[in-house]
Design a protein. Structure first.
Length: 236
């Protein structure tokens, strides 16, 4: 199925605007019934920049989106956090997510802020998402055989304070809502865990992921990490 991509760069999403309604509908399709407009708006509040991909089918209907919301961290010179979000209307999908174009947005932001430190923030409840991150990012905290050094520990605390994360343990965030996961999804996770060391690590760190508990992950977006990820994508 042929799709069209609309790229929007802004610093805010106006309440009750057409753009908010479009993204909120797609976002809500991926979350459980506890997700509402209040939580959606908190995702994008206080941002310095928001990059959005809107995916449309041949009929012009929105079938998916991906976004990065960037936030400069107070109290730390030249430090930005990029928070990803995405949603797909599976009833109208018919096409793969434009991963390359989505990644390009993050690379463009890093190049624009070349002398700044950029950290990609994840709060993950899906073991396959964590596994994919570990495959493509050499430096992802935490991952097997890689634990927080003092520098990343400082950044982690700044992120927790900035986003007012409800930490219930060193790595785990209690969330007000969760992604929609089916019994088939869970069965696939359990099957993959038998041979996938990254999923095994996720389950060890976050055994209660089905109870709206997310694994906090931080990824330095630097040239070394980006280059490693690009090579992995090329070899895929």
């Amino acid at each position: 199925m042929k799709t069209n991509i609309e790229v929007i760069k802004t610093n805010s999403i106006a309440p009750d605007s057409s753009l908010e309604q479009r993204i909120y509908r797609l976002f809500s399709l991926t979350a459980d019934d506890n997700f509402n407009l209040h939580y959606f708006r908190k995702t994008y509040e206080g941002c310095d920049q928001i990059d959005i991909l809107l995916i449309k089918n041949e009929q012009g209907e929105d079938i998916g989106f991906g976004s990065y919301s960037y936030r400069k961290i107070e109290g730390r010179k030249n430090l930005y956090v990029a928070r990803p979000a995405m949603g797909i209307d599976k009833s109208k999908r018919g096409s793969s997510f434009p991963t390359g174009l989505y990644s390009k947005l993050l690379i463009e932001f890093k190049l624009k802020h070349f002398l700044s430190e950029v950290i990609l923030l994840g709060i993950t409840l899906n073991p396959l998402v964590y596994s994919g991150g570990c495959r493509y990012w050499k430096k992802l905290y935490p991952r097997p055989n890689l634990r927080y050094n003092s520098h990343m520990q400082d950044i982690r605390q700044l992120v927790i304070d900035t986003y007012h994360l409800n930490m219930i343990s060193q790595h785990i965030v209690s969330l007000p809502y969760a992604p929609r996961l089916t019994k088939e999804d869970v069965a696939r996770f359990e099957k993959a865990a038998k041979t996938n060391e990254y999923i095994q690590e996720f389950m060890r760190l976050n055994p209660h992921y089905l109870n709206r508990e997310g694994l906090l992950t931080l990824i330095p977006v630097n040239l070394s990490n980006l280059w490693n990820g690009m090579l992995k994508m090329i070899k895929k």
